[in-house]
Structure formats: C-alpha cells, structure tokens
Design a protein around this ligand. Structure first.
Ligand code: MSP
Length: 475
C-alpha cells in the first residue's frame, strides 16, 4: 500500500506581496511534494494565506480599502506567484473562506469542551507586526526590534488556554521523536524554551479588528494565530468529513521558517492534544535569508522579488538558486548578483552546455542512440541524491547532481570525441552513448527541483534537437 504524505507551508500574511522568504518555504515544499508523488505516495500539499487580524486590517486601512476588498486583491497575488514558480500545491486555503471559518468555530467549541479554557483579566503588550503578546524584555528602547513599532498596551478580559499543563507531555513527545523537530538546533531550542516553564496563552482578544468572533462570546474575537494554525485541519475537512480528515491527518511535515517554531512545536501540538487529535509527525524549520549581508527591507531596497527574478532569469533558475545557495535549515545571504553568477556557471556553462554539446556531437557524428541505452535502473548516485532529498538536504542533493555534470563535461574534454571521430569510431559511439545515458539518468532527480528544465532535457535527449536550456540574459 502506498503511504500518504501530507505536507504544508505556513499560510502567509497578505499584507504584502510574496517575497523570496515565502517563496523559499513554498519551493522547498514543492520539491518534496514532487519527490513523494514520484515515489508513489498519496501526497497532499497545502499552502495558503492568512487574511485575518489587526495586521491585515491595518494594511488595508493604509491602502484605503476595506479589509475584505484588500484581501480579495492580495490573495490572487500569491496564487499567481506560485503558479509562476511552478508550485504543484493540491490546495490553497484562505482563512476568510467559509470552509475554514466553520472549522475554526468547531475547533473552538471542542477546545471549550475540553475544559482547558478559562477567562481572566489580562494586561499585556501586543505587537501587531508579530500578532502576538510580547514581553517588556523583548523590546529594545521600548519598541519591537523587528517591526520597529511600539506595542499596544492591552488591558482586557480574555479567554486563556492552559498551555502551562503541557510542558511535560510535550517534552516527552519531542525527546522520543513522536514529534520530530528538525534540525537538531531547533529541537534543542524548543526543549529549552519548554523547560523554562510554559505560560498559559490568551486565545481571544476583545474585539480585535477583522477577526472571527468567539462562538460563545461575541464580544471576543479569536486570536489570529489559532485561527491560522487550524488551516492545516480545516483544509482537509475537519468537522465536515471524518474519513477525508483522517485520510491525511496527522500532517507528515509542517515546513516553517525558524521564526514561528514556538507556534508550531509548542502551542499547536498542545491544542491538538486538548481537542483529542493526533499531533503532527514532523516540523522542519529553515533559516532566514539576508540580502547583501543585511535584513531584507523595503527601505534598504534589497528585497528580492521571486516573480521578477523568475521573469528575468527563468523560474528554474530561482528554484535552483534558493535551494542550492543556502543549506536548508541555516541562515544565508542571497542576492541577484549571486543568482546571476550561479545562472552563468552552474546552469548555462554547466548543465546547459553539457546537454547542448552532447546532442550537437551526436548529430554531427551521426551516432545512433538506441532506446535500451537509457538506464531504467537507478544508478548509485541517484540513490544518494534521493536520500539527501528525503533528509531535506537540498543543497547537497544539488551538489551531487552538479558533480555528475562536471564529471561528464570533463569526460568529454578528456575523451575528445572530435579526435575520436577521425581515429576510433567505436570508442566515439561508446563515449557519446555513455554521456547521453548519464544525462538521461539525471532527468528524474532534476525534475523535482527544476520541472521545466527536466522536461526540456528529456525532450531534447529523445528528439536530439539541441536548444539552449539557459540562454544569455540581457542585462
Ligand atoms: N501567518 C503566519 C504563519 C501562520 S502558519 C499557521 C506568518 N506569516 S508570514 O507571512 O510572516 O510568513 C512567515 C514565513 O515566511 C516564515 O515562517 C518563513 O517560512 C517565511 N519567511 C519570511 N521571511 C523570510 C526570510 N527573510 N527568509 C526566509 N524565510 C522567511 O508568520
């Protein structure tokens, strides 16, 4: 029986168009979805957008629009960006959709029934940028260091969730890998956070803007982060169709950025335990991009737009670059210059040149490539590559592929087919057939990362009509 594989990305705030950070998580998830599908698993790949809350309401107001109108304009920007980047998601959820809102209502009723909620007066500092309460100690000179804004002082009655009761059980589940948190650094970070003692969290706000009402207390609104986390369940019919829900739940992998691990590795599993559902199998947190050594920000003008880059260089160049440049899980620096350099060296001069010279020589020397020469069995390097993908070591998987490319280019240089054409036609056939076969073997591993390129390679290798894979970019 084939296994199911349920993979998710965070749902992105629609306060701005997609940037290279959100594209990063989404492309990585796409590589895995394509990989597991090819392996025969039943894959459900979910992405989407977060549309509720004060942060979105404030962005709408700034744009002079009603929140509903604003989110309706912004959500399609994400959909079209993912289409452009060749993302093969099976669903795209928006938190303003009725299917989601209905499920969240059921979730909250369940949560109330669990006895893990209570009401209390609360006073705290709320950072709208984070959509979270922050502590005085998180601030620098009285402002949030990330958003550069002064948090709101909130003094109100809220509903609270007894998160403090879950420290021990979460620690046990994380240590035993019942909930796998990767990389290890992140696992240790979560365990250390829990060991300091968990505090109960507010799950409602008093009439926050553009948020869902609490089912039993219409003066209160649901805390957006809980609304958002629940997308992973609402998208697979929680509360609507039990069989469909259990076909995919629990999630096999939540891919997230390292900024949101506490929500995914502490709050989320505790909530699921409270409502009697299984916890996710694995959360993997990747690192953060900087650009030109600095945090990406509009004012610095170093924000990379993945769609513009895809239009200028090609979608596969962006997909390749982001996963090759920085080891998945670590922080790293990306810039257009770095992308352009990789485009030239790895793609145009590396893979593109190899394919083109191989096919041109096969044509020129009239070599017959018989069908049986494409190897159906997985060569050893391919197995190595597949294992690396499964471990989410995308940069290493790509390095392996490009090692083969470099070796093949070298093999051609050393065997000198142009001389063999004059002296040893038997050897000439052998050399070019070997390169053709090795290139054919790379099509599948490349297809997870660069689906369009893999299609073009396959087509050219079959028809022997060479065309530049990565043409020169006009500056
Ligand atoms: N709405 C929440 C997520 C809810 S999930 C139930 C949220 N949204 S967000 O729009 O801020 O997107 C956060 C995610 O975008 C990060 O976790 C990460 O996946 C990605 N990134 C945003 N900026 C990034 C970088 N500079 N670098 C890498 N990834 C980053 O938080």
């Amino acid at each position: 029986m084939n296994k199911k594989f349920y993979i998710t990305t965070p749902i992105y705030y629609v306060n701005d168009k997609p940037h290279v950070g959100s594209a990063y998580t989404t492309i990585a998830a796409d590589v895995l979805a394509r990989f597991y599908r090819a392996r025969g698993d039943e894959v459900f790949f979910l992405t989407g957008v977060a549309e509720h809350g004060s942060k979105i309401a404030a962005s709408a107001e700034k744009a002079g629009k009603e929140p509903e109108e604003f989110v309706d304009e912004m959500a399609p920007k994400f959909k079209s960006a993912w289409k452009k980047l060749n993302i093969s998601n099976d669903d795209f959820i928006r938190t303003t959709e009725p299917r989601h809102e209905k499920a969240v209502e059921k979730f909250f009723i369940k949560l109330k029934e669990s006895g893990k909620l209570y009401e209390k007066d609360y006073e705290g500092l709320y950072c709208v940028g984070h959509e979270a309460f922050v502590k005085q100690s998180d601030l620098v000179d009285g402002v949030c260091p990330e958003h550069k804004t002064k948090p709101e002082i909130v003094k109100e009655k809220n509903w609270f969730f007894k998160l403090s009761e879950y420290g021990e059980i979460l620690t046990k589940k994380i240590k035993s890998d019942e909930l796998i948190i990767a990389p290890d650094e992140r696992k240790n970070e979560v365990l250390s956070f829990i060991s300091q003692g968990l505090e109960d969290i507010a799950v409602s706000r008093q009439n926050a803007k553009f948020a869902l009402p609490l089912p039993w207390d219409k003066n209160q609104t649901i805390y957006v982060w809980l609304d958002e986390l629940f997308n992973y369940c609402s998208a697979i019919c929680y509360g609507e169709d039990v069989r469909e829900f259990h076909r995919f739940w629990p999630a096999d992998l939540h891919l997230v950025g390292k900024d949101i691990i506490k929500f995914h590795c502490v709050i989320w599993p505790a909530l699921l335990l409270a409502i009697g559902e299984e916890i996710p199998r694995k959360v993997f947190a990747h690192g953060f991009f900087t650009s030109g050594g600095a945090k990406m920000s509009k004012s610095l003008g170093n924000v990379l737009d993945p769609v513009e880059l895809a239009e200028k260089y090609c979608v596969d160049a962006v997909r390749y670059f982001l996963l090759r440049e920085v080891p998945f899980g670590q922080d790293g620096d990306v810039s257009e210059e770095k992308l352009a350099a990789r485009y030239q060296s790895d793609l145009a001069n590396g893979l593109g040149n190899l394919l083109q010279r191989t096919i041109s020589m096969i044509n020129k020397y009239k070599i017959r490539i018989s069908k049986s020469e494409t190897n159906e069995e997985k060569p050893e390097t391919n197995i190595k590559i597949l294992n690396l993908i499964e471990e989410l070591k995308f940069d290493q998987a790509l390095t392996e592929i490009w090692k083969v490319i470099a070796e093949l280019n070298q093999f051609i240089d050393q065997s000198k087919p142009w001389e063999l054409a004059k002296s040893d036609s038997g050897k000439l056939v052998e050399v070019l057939s070997e390169v053709h076969r090795s290139l054919s073997n790379l099509v599948t591993p490349i297809s997870y990362f660069m689906p369009e390129t893999a299609d073009k390679m396959k087509h050219q290798l079959e028809t022997l009509k060479p065309e530049p894979l990565f043409p020169r970019i006009e500056k």
